[in-house]
Ligand binder design. Sequence first.
Ligand SMILES: Cc1cc2nc3c(=O)[nH]c(=O)nc-3n(C[C@H](O)[C@H](O)[C@H](O)COP(=O)(O)O)c2cc1C
Length: 159
Amino acid sequence: MRPGPLNGGVPAGLVILYATASGNAEQLAHAAADELAADGHAPEVRNVADFPPGRLHECSVALFIVSTWGEGAPPPDAGAFCAAVGGHAPRDLGSLHYAVLALGSSAYADFCAAGRRLDADLARRGARRLVPRVDCDTKFKAGFARWLAAVRQTLPIPS
Ligand SMILES: Cc1cc2nc3c(=O)[nH]c(=O)nc-3n(C[C@H](O)[C@H](O)[C@H](O)COP(=O)(O)O)c2cc1C
């Protein structure tokens, strides 16, 4: 996949968006970007806290890596983004393909709730799921590898 033209700071091609409180999702986002770059893709890694949710529809592929905090909440600085995606918005994301990797801990009742909610909200807005969401417990390496392998199979090999 060729990188899309930068459109007012919003990547039009492949973007990896992370929501984190203690850094795990950010670390995995960069690891995913390295693997996808080795395939010939040109992913951009962004924190959802710095990404305008109203411009998601301008991306063609968005990979989300999202942790859960509090009692089923997104990380504090990701709250506004997640609330905007989940708000009463029109079904306007039909040209967006996406995948969600949810990070959490099964010690909590609301296991991976933020990632599960974001996945459902994106689908409700018409976005097209590339691969099923993977919910990861605190040992997330294997789940991450499985999810990324599935994502890579869906992306066209760049020419
Ligand atoms: C204070 C605290 C609250 C948490 N709350 C939840 C929760 O409600 N549900 C869940 O599945 N995981 C919860 N977790 C686990 C984190 O989501 C998990 O450790 C994750 O890997 C953190 O990723 P991050 O470093 O990207 O934020 C919590 C962790 C902490 C320290």
